[in-house]
Design a binder for this molecule. Structure first.
Ligand SMILES: CC(C)(COP(=O)(O)OP(=O)(O)OC[C@H]1O[C@@H](n2cnc3c(N)ncnc32)[C@H](O)[C@@H]1OP(=O)(O)O)[C@@H](O)C(=O)NCCC(=O)NCCS
Length: 320
């Protein structure tokens, strides 16, 4: 690596230029689908606010060459599954495209020293899904794929045959939904996903039924699967969905093993798309772990991946 770059703490005077670089990056990698929110290019106030806060927290650096700002990197510190971790969301970094490989490697080299000094061994980073060059840089640094955030236009037009009985869950469905959600936790914790999900109480399930939309599929009198969609109440600068967006989150979607791969997921998803279409909701967001072998195939059929989150775990004995 050529030592022509320097990194320094980010200053408030760097913000305007940093946001310009970020906007260029967003245009370059997020203009290829109508389903990706364009709001973030036209309204950068929230990104400026985020960077301003990071500068105050001394959690943002810039890379410069001959006094020219080439890029920046900021981070949040948080406990991820109980482990001290850092997370760089998409708004927390950008580099002028022609300097990408060297400038990103330089930023990470500089900032990762601080993280390790603080015993933070879990490093998470969200990038544009289509940014194959940055993906390559991070792969060589030891990062691997973790999560995808994907978007769809609600008017996509899913065609599916109505084979199963599907209806919106009501208060009296709480107990069967609770059982299915418990079953889904077992699925998430199984190989090769190994995801520990929080347990929902019966009251949580009642609240989800009442506050959002859960569509339940039945065969005879047995519930065999569900999908859950809520509606965003504001913009989200981390996942980059905007206000009034359909969110397949909370309890997500789950189908009993023996009913998978037979078109039921698509049928349930049609209910979500129809609900959004009929209620003036234009976009729908979902996120899923790439190690979820079912989800990683299923959602990609109907949603366009926009963000890829990667993760690197450092050897825990480095500071011994
Ligand atoms: C993910 C899930 C809801 C999908 O439902 P499903 O009923 O299995 O999916 P469908 O049969 O409706 O498949 C719809 C489309 O996705 C494709 N697909 C689904 N699973 C697939 C797989 N494992 N491999 C390849 N393609 C797959 C199908 O080929 C189908 O494509 P088509 O419309 O061109 O025929 C279901 O498999 C499930 O509950 N899995 C376990 C829990 C889970 O992962 N939930 C999602 C959490 S993010």
């Amino acid at each position: 690596m050529v030592n022509k770059y320097i990194t320094t703490k980010m200053q408030k005077s760097d913000i305007i230029q940093a946001v310009e670089i970020w906007t260029e990056q967003y245009k370059l990698y997020c203009s290829n689908s109508k389903s990706f929110p364009s709001k973030w290019i036209n309204n950068t106030k929230e990104i400026e606010g985020f960077l301003s806060k990071k500068i105050e927290d001394r959690a943002a650096i810039v890379v410069k060459s001959d006094n020219r700002l080439l890029g920046y990197l900021a981070y949040d510190e948080f406990p991820f599954n109980g482990e001290k971790s850092v997370f760089c969301p998409l708004i927390a970094h950008a580099v002028i495209d022609e300097y990408k490989e060297e400038a990103y490697a330089f930023l990470y080299k500089s900032i990762s020293r601080d993280w390790i000094d603080k015993n933070i061994f879990n490093h998470m980073w969200t990038i544009n899904y289509n940014d194959n060059r940055l993906r390559g840089v991070l792969f060589d640094l030891g990062f691997g794929s973790y999560l995808i955030d994907a978007f769809a236009c609600a008017n996509y037009g899913i065609v599916s045959n109505s084979v199963y009985k599907i209806r919106k869950a009501q208060f009296q469905d709480a107990e069967i939904l609770y059982d299915l959600v418990e079953e889904s936790r077992e699925y998430y914790s199984s190989a090769p996903l190994f995801l520990k999900r929080e347990q929902y109480s019966r009251n949580d399930i009642i609240e989800i039924i009442q506050k959002s939309n859960v569509f339940l599929a039945y065969e005879a009198n047995s519930a065999i699967g569900f999908i859950n969609v809520s509606v965003s109440q504001g913009d989200n600068i981390i996942d980059l969905f905007v206000n009034n967006c359909g969110l397949i989150d909370e309890i997500g979607a789950y189908i009993k093993p023996e009913y998978r791969g037979k078109g039921l997921g698509k049928e349930l998803l049609k209910y979500v798309f129809d609900y959004c279409n009929n209620n003036g909701i234009e976009g729908i967001h979902v996120d899923f772990e790439t190690a979820n072998l079912f989800a990683n195939k299923f959602w990609r059929k109907f949603f366009n991946p926009m963000l890829l989150s990667l993760r690197r775990t450092i050897n825990k004995n480095i500071n011994d």
